[in-house]
Write a protein that binds this ligand. Structure first.
Ligand code: COA
Ligand code: UVW
Length: 333
């Protein structure tokens, strides 16, 4: 079974409630209709039911759960919970109510926080920063993790790389210039995510423009320091660097440039040194290599909220709903 079919089968086996807060947008409505028809997930749409149904046109979203902040029966509870969550920032009940009425992303995140929903998927019409800020502010990092970061599962047409063409790329969407501690944390969490989603042993490459000392620069030193921290923190994870992309994934190049490495030539988890490299890198592989890019999926967050690229299709949204459901299953265990 291919990766996406496997994720969909898992999602259907233990159906979760997923919020699609961009509820008047066509791709979201098409995706909602598909999720409901295929019984992939129960879908929450935020806003006025009649207006959403009108926006949906021929897409049948009538079986969705509609939450209209203007007349939601639990609104007072949600307002109080948001004000409580942000009381250290001085948020009043009035401010909380206004935010929830004005911004469906805050409403969606609160439904997840209050266990009314299991997860949220957004970002088809909101930037990543606007999508992730409510989640970071309200849900926070999961216990045992220092940082929320993001990854893509890349399903490529190059079976000679990764595990039959599947690799995890991180962090391509959230942390803009991680320091060595943060980079080490991203590496550790990415290893766990690879195991959780792909079910295979992770082999983590900490990418750079240098392999094992071939170049000198502060950017290289940052990755070298991160590798040292990661090896100390995660002694059981197969992890190495600093290493160039070709040495990380191509057997012959790995043998030539990093002969003593345990991951060179066979890495399946690629940790990029910063978001420029990660974001450009995943889009290069997706567009030139015609790979499927599932994500960005958040890791290290207390509950599942996931972003989309604004260039996504309805099918991409359905895929991220499936991955979010699987994440909710894993986190619930
Ligand atoms: C997501 C992003 C907006 C967060 O930025 P920020 O300036 O830290 O935002 P804020 O200061 O409003 O932070 C919001 C909260 O999230 C927390 N936070 C921010 N980044 C975090 C992280 N990586 N892990 C855990 N918590 C984080 C902050 O501590 C803050 O908490 P507080 O409000 O309780 O004090 C920023 O990292 C960003 O813009 N990233 C790039 C997104 C992007 O454009 N990607 C490219 C396309 S995919
Ligand atoms: C993940 C990503 O790059 O998102 P967007 O294309 O919306 O900026």
């Amino acid at each position: 079974m291919d990766f996406l079919s496997e994720m969909k089968a898992k999602a259907k086996a233990d159906k979760k409630v997923i919020v699609l807060p961009e509820s008047y947008e066509k791709r979201n409505l098409e995706a909602a209709a598909e999720c409901l028809r295929d019984e992939l997930a129960d879908i929450v749409l935020i806003g006025n039911k009649e207006k959403i149904m009108e926006a949906a046109g021929s897409f049948d979203v009538s079986k969705a759960i509609f939450v209209d902040p203007e007349n939601y029966e639990k609104m007072d509870e949600v307002v109080a919970a948001l004000a409580e969550a942000r009381k250290s920032k001085g948020m009043t009940l009035e401010e909380a109510r206004k935010l929830l009425l004005d911004d469906p992303l805050f409403m969606g995140v609160m439904l997840v926080k209050m266990d009314i929903a299991d997860g949220m998927v957004s970002g088809a019409i909101h930037s990543t920063a606007d999508t992730l800020r409510p989640a970071l502010q309200i849900l926070k990092t999961a216990p045992g993790t220092e940082l929320v970061s993001s990854f893509f599962i890349m399903v490529t047409n190059t079976p000679q790389y990764g595990d039959d063409g599947i690799l995890l790329f991180a962090d391509c969407a959230l942390n803009q210039n991680p320091n060595p501690q943060e980079l080490a944390c991203i590496a550790g969490d990415s290893a766990k995510s690879y195991e959780a989603f792909i079910g295979k042993e992770p082999r983590v490459a900490m990418l750079s423009h240098s392999t094992m000392g071939s170049a000198k620069h502060a950017d290289v030193t940052k990755v070298v320091d991160a590798v040292k921290i990661a090896k100390e923190k995660f002694p059981n994870v197969k992890l190495d660097g600093e290493i160039q992309l070709d040495a990380a994934i191509v057997k012959e190049v790995g043998e030539l440039k990093a002969p003593n490495s345990t991951v060179a030539g066979k890495a399946n988890v690629l940790v990029f040194p910063d978001i420029d490299a990660g974001n450009i890198g995943y889009k290069l592989v997706q567009r030139f290599g015609q790979a499927e890019a599932f994500g960005p999926i958040l890791q290290g967050i207390a509950k599942p909220v996931n972003d989309l690229s604004r260039g996504c299709s309805a099918n991409d949204i359905v895929a991220v709903v499936a991955l979010t459901s699987v994440q909710a299953q894993v986190m619930g265990k």
